[in-house]
Ligand binder design. Structure first.
Ligand SMILES: [Zn+2]
Ligand SMILES: [Zn+2]
Length: 238
């Protein structure tokens, strides 16, 4: 548990920690932020069981953005739990399957290798999922003591970060990363618009109300996370 009532679920790929989802134990049921890669619903539900809850206790799933490593197990989890799905209006058509996912922004040997690996492991074919609520900037979701939606476009057009002021926690998704504990910009080849992504990082650095930051990729920054974002803004401006 990283702060009271919040659990990190690290999804592995080829045995290595790859992407994080987060489970929030709210008074009004469980809230899952992102779902990890496809075929990892069992991993998520084991975490639900490990805190003494049944799958049906998972009532809400909030998706930070449409990428397969965040939406991969969404359809399977909705089928098992009946949870309601929240996605920003700009990424919702992709989650619903109405629009294809844009591929990498740059074709490189690495991006080709990643996509080949994804296809080989069955990780790129995402089952379309209905979206129950479309998110927009500034919304306050009345769950888990209040979750504020911060639209942080750039990595994808409809990327959102989530601020939980009651827990002094910011969930960043892929608006930034913390590989090896260093807070940095998102990975370029999977970021739709890096200029907008940098602007979104500036917005996160100006937010009040968080000490801890959780990332889709990398470690949790447990203290003074806002300072780390401000330092990143300075590095990006240099
Ligand atoms: Zn992503
Ligand atoms: Zn990701």
């Amino acid at each position: 548990m990283l702060v009271e009532g919040v659990h990190r679920i690290t999804i592995r790929l080829l045995g290595l920690p790859y992407v994080n989802a987060f489970l929030v134990d709210g008074e009004d049921g469980l809230i899952l932020i992102d779902t990890g890669l496809p075929h990892r619903e069992g991993r998520v539900l084991r975490t639900v069981e490990s805190i003494g809850k049944r799958p049906e206790a998972l009532r809400h799933i909030v998706i930070t953005h449409h990428h397969a490593d965040h939406t991969g197990s969404l359809a399977a989890l909705v089928a098992r739990t009946g949870a309601k799905v929240f996605v920003h209006s700009l990424d919702a058509p992709i989650v619903r399957g109405d629009r294809p996912s844009p591929g990498p922004t740059r074709e490189t040997a690495v991006s080709r290798a990643v996509l080949r690996l994804g296809r080989w492991r069955g990780l790129t074919a995402i089952a379309p999922t209905p979206v129950d609520f479309e998110l927009d900037d500034g919304q306050e979701l009345p769950i888990a003591g209040g979750i504020r939606v911060v639209h942080t476009p750039g990595h994808t057009a409809g990327h959102v970060s989530l601020l939980l002021p009651s827990k002094r926690l910011l969930i960043v998704g892929d608006a930034a990363g913390a590989l090896f504990g260093r807070v940095g910009p998102p990975i370029g080849m999977f970021t739709e618009d890096m200029m907008r992504a940098k602007h979104s990082i500036r917005r996160l650095a100006e937010l009040d109300g968080f000490d801890t930051a959780c990332f889709g990729h990398g470690t949790v920054v447990e203290d003074h996370a806002a300072v780390r974002f401000r330092r990143l803004v300075e590095r990006l401006a240099a």
